[in-house]
Design a protein around this ligand. Structure first.
Ligand code: MLT
Ligand code: ZN
Length: 448
């Protein structure tokens, strides 16, 4: 390890090789507090060439490397275990926005918020948005195929990518920047690396497509009697609101936790069980479209906002779930996808099963109902106890759902991959891993 550290220091400069425990600490624990690891060092290359040299050196020493962006992942996918952390934070250059093509090239360490601000100044938007925008990086978002709040409109990260540049475990640089919007020339590396969780290569740059900004946005928070009403309304809104931009769900329990933690007063005079946050955006004002939806019989109460302050106030109820839950304890965060019609039966069953196994556990559900994606957050469990995680994954599987909708497999779900993917598929994944990384140094504890 000592000679490797010297080589790495020569490549990036001594101030970008962090070995002291207090400097390494923030790269060794994930943002949920559930995962802790140990890094030999943190290395921060500033260019693709330096990234290549770092990987070649680690490869020669057969030393595991864990790529890390904003460290805001939720499945332990960037926590090192006796590995070198390759932090992308200095790979932070953004090309000028190509407004004619509506495209941009971002290095892996560019934070989402920085990209969003640059797009906004050019009258464009990036299709993926999420509450962790201040820390999540483009490289991490590519590697986890991040979803977020507008998947129902723009698709997830995979749908935004025109080209990637990446570095293989042995230091070989590959990929195409700039890419082309249409390019049918065989196996598609941008697609393959998206969602590969840093196990095949380290993404260094991504060529991304952008969308025209929509000048009119309105948002409504709807109070409903139950999850059945939420499913009926979701199906209706998807069909009847062409300007639908976000469709999120949460429940009374989450609403109360947010209210308490952030000292917010409740938005409605009465208690309700289920809440939908509906957002519409368009080139003309979509308020009439949205207002028509509010007359549906499922809607018990509603608050609507058109201005950014009012809209943000409504969004807070949903976006602040993660932080409010985290303030209570270390949650088990399970991110699942289900057929929409299964939501009512699943939510009832999941509460029942969790209570049966751990009567004192607290379960908070929220998520992106427009994408059939629920976040099952459970408080009051010990971080290593996987009993409930496994029970929930088995339940999800029995409904034909996925054990990861948008957070990835990481370390948390690695033992359960076969609940959703066939042995033939997993075997092909292993063979791909072997081709890209025959010595298994890239994020070895994750995914496979
Ligand atoms: C969200 O939807 O807010 C994110 O996936 C984060 C989380 O699940 O806590
Ligand atoms: Zn989410």
């Amino acid at each position: 390890v000592h000679t490797l550290l010297q080589t790495l220091s020569d490549i990036v400069g001594p101030s970008h090789l962090l070995t002291a425990p207090e400097l390494r600490a923030r790269y060794e624990t994930d943002c949920t507090g559930r995962y802790h690891g140990h890094a030999h060092c943190v290395v921060r290359p500033a260019t693709t060439a330096q990234t290549s040299a770092v990987l070649a050196a680690c490869h020669a020493h057969r030393c595991p490397v864990v790529p890390q962006g904003g460290n805001s992942g939720l499945v332990g996918g960037a926590v090192p275990h006796d590995a070198v952390v390759l932090s992308t934070e200095r790979l932070n250059r953004l090309s000028p926005i190509d407004t004619a093509a509506a495209e941009v090239v971002a290095e892996a360490g560019v934070r989402l918020e920085i990209l969003q601000n640059a797009c906004q100044a050019a009258g464009l938007v990036f299709g993926v948005d999420m509450a962790s925008r201040g820390s999540a990086t483009i490289g991490g978002m590519v590697s986890t195929n991040a979803g977020g709040l507008h998947v129902l409109r723009y698709g997830s990260m995979r749908a935004q990518i025109i080209g990637v540049e990446a570095v293989q475990a042995d230091g070989t640089i590959f990929g195409k920047i700039p890419g082309l919007r249409k390019d049918n020339t065989g196996y598609n590396f941008p697609s393959l690396l998206t969602g590969a969780e840093g196990t095949l290569a380290v993404v260094t740059r991504a060529h991304l497509l952008l969308h025209p900004a929509l000048p009119h946005t309105c948002t409504a928070l709807l109070a409903l009697a139950d999850i059945e009403s939420a499913v009926i309304l979701t199906a209706h809104l998807r069909l009847h609101l062409p300007s639908l931009h976000a469709l999120e769900i949460f429940f009374a329990e989450g609403m109360h936790i947010v209210a308490e933690h952030f000292q917010q007063s409740l938005p409605f005079p009465e208690e309700h069980s289920t809440y939908l946050l509906v957002e519409c955006a368009d080139t003309t004002n979509p308020l009439a479209q949205l207002a028509a939806a509010l007359t549906r019989p499922e809607v018990q109460d509603a608050a609507v906002a058109e201005d950014s302050v009012g809209r943000e106030r409504l969004w807070r109820w949903r976006e602040r779930h993660t932080e409010a839950i985290r303030s209570i304890g270390i949650p088990h965060k399970l991110d699942i996808a289900l057929p929409l019609r299964s939501f009512p039966a699943f939510t009832r069953e999941v509460h029942r099963q969790i209570i049966d196994i751990a009567p004192h556990a607290q379960t908070i559900l929220f998520g992106h109902i427009g994408d059939g994606n629920l976040h099952v957050n459970i408080l009051g469990l010990s971080p290593d106890d996987m009993t409930i995680d496994e029970a929930v994954f088995r339940l999800v599987s029995s409904y034909g759902g996925s054990i990861s909708a948008e957070h990835g497999i990481g370390k948390t779900k690695r033992p359960y991959l076969l609940l959703h993917r066939s042995s033939e598929e997993v075997s092909l994944m292993r063979q791909m891993k072997e081709v890209f990384d025959p010595h298994g140094i890239l994020n070895p504890e994750v995914l496979l």
